[in-house]
Design a protein around this ligand. Structure first.
Ligand SMILES: [Zn+2]
Length: 436
């Protein structure tokens, strides 16, 4: 049993501050949250682990709504996935999970892995064999034949096949269904601005998933794929970048308003590379600020594991969100209680309240005034188990001649249809780009 006493406790779904607060934890549960002044010794046994943490903020553990444990965050994660056996992938995924927990991420939604390796890793963490965040898993992202991330092994075409793939995933024990509504930047022959599935195919998948009690995350970059996913009734819209053939023109206002008026959460891929991308892609209009201004419900999501995006940069993504003029208080909610709500975990995690699972962090200073305080972890508890963060390698800046993948796809497109042009464009970006 823990009794944690801190200068600040961010309590409840709204992260309301209790100055001079305390939290009591029994096994994997929070049993009491309140003012230290109201704490009495008869609330806990004499052998409880009582910790006076001082000038720290106790708050819910962080939630990343979009990661890929099976991508290693190197410049070439897809090449590695293709080269490795499922067993090798599991080893990598266990490392990725520790990295996430080492930066205070106590819940993560893995939106695409091969061979149900994610389900194996989720269960190993849940039963205490390995350490990591609570995982929600999707199995292979469901895509069209040859479509974005086909190498995850979940290709399906037409209403019947899509429906059957959802059932197969359900049988294998996934938590959530991931649909590739558009192409993406990581797969050759796939363009992010092209819609992949018809609205009817998407709707069949959503209906089947909902019938089975599972939520649906739609990967959607281009406007048409966003529209179809919205019409089909998905639960979270991943990326939502409004990427077009010739760049990014920002959010389509009408669609952004429809998203804001719907129950959908936007999971926008704002990671610690965003600051560098905004410099590299000067003049391009990122949709995130506009989506927020129009009232879309935003949750923190990084796509951790993709190119040059290792799993231990979560806090940098929150800082990048705030640079789109999203207030810090909103950013913190997007990484805690709001995200728990979006992921269907609102009654289990994402807030400090009696009855909730004990996922919490203590950070030096006050993240409500400086998000970088989240980098100063003093305590991590995942479902009541203390975790000592691993030493993590420094994150290097991108090379000066680096082109973001989204820009690279546009460049390849601008250079026309000949493969030699595409090769040249890709080679300019980086030598192994065509492996993706
Ligand atoms: Zn992803």
């Amino acid at each position: 049993m823990f009794v944690l006493i801190a200068d600040r406790v961010l309590a409840g779904p709204d992260l309301e501050v209790i100055n001079g607060g305390a939290v009591i934890i029994a096994e994997d549960r929070i049993v009491w949250v309140g003012r230290e002044a109201d704490l009495s010794a008869d609330q806990y046994p004499p052998d409880a682990d009582v910790r006076w943490l001082g000038d720290v903020t106790l708050m819910p553990g962080l939630i990343d709504a979009h990661v890929h444990l099976a991508f290693d965050g190197s410049p070439h994660p897809v090449a590695r996935m293709m080269a490795e056996s499922d067993e090798q992938q599991v080893a990598l995924m266990l490392r990725s999970a520790r990295e996430l927990l080492s930066v205070g991420v106590t819940t993560a939604r893995d939106l695409g892995a091969r061979g149900y390796t994610d389900v194996v890793v989720r269960d190993a963490i849940a039963n205490g064999t390995a350490r990591g965040p609570r995982l929600l898993t999707a199995g292979g992202a469901i895509t069209t034949t040859g479509g974005h991330c086909w190498f995850m092994g979940a290709e399906a075409d037409g209403i019947d096949e899509v429906r059957k793939m959802v059932r197969r995933h359900h049988k294998a024990g996934v938590d959530v269904i991931k649909l590739m509504s558009t192409g993406g930047n990581m797969t050759p022959g796939s363009a992010p601005w092209h819609a992949q599935f018809t609205t009817d195919e998407l709707r069949a998948a959503v209906d089947e998933a909902h019938r089975l009690g599972k939520r649906v995350a739609a990967h959607a970059h281009g406007t048409e794929g966003i529209r179809r996913a919205l019409d089909a009734g998905v639960d979270t819209m991943e990326h939502c970048s409004f990427q077009t053939e010739d760049g990014m023109g920002g959010a389509d206002p009408e669609l952004a308003d429809r998203i804001a008026a719907s129950d959908i959460y936007v999971s926008p891929t704002c990671n610690f590379r965003m600051r560098e991308f905004r410099v590299l892609m000067k003049g391009r209009d990122f949709a995130l600020g506009e989506l927020y201004r129009r009232g879309a419900k935003i949750i923190a999501s990084t796509d951790a594991g993709i190119d040059n995006t290792p799993h231990h940069g979560f806090v940098g993504g929150l800082v990048a969100m705030s640079e789109f003029d999203i207030p810090i208080a909103q950013v913190l909610l997007s990484a805690t209680s709001r995200s728990a709500h979006a992921l269907g975990l609102a009654d289990r995690t994402g807030q400090l309240a009696a009855g909730y699972e004990a996922d919490l962090i203590a950070v030096a200073g006050d993240p409500r005034t400086d998000l970088r305080a989240l980098d100063e972890l003093r305590l991590v508890l995942a479902r009541g188990q203390e975790f000592t963060p691993d030493a993590l390698p420094a994150i290097e800046p991108l090379p000066e001649d680096f082109l973001p993948m989204s820009m690279r796809s546009m460049l390849e497109h601008d250079h026309g249809g000949t493969s030699s042009d595409r090769d040249a464009a890709a080679a300019m970006a980086e030598p192994a780009a065509l492996v993706r």
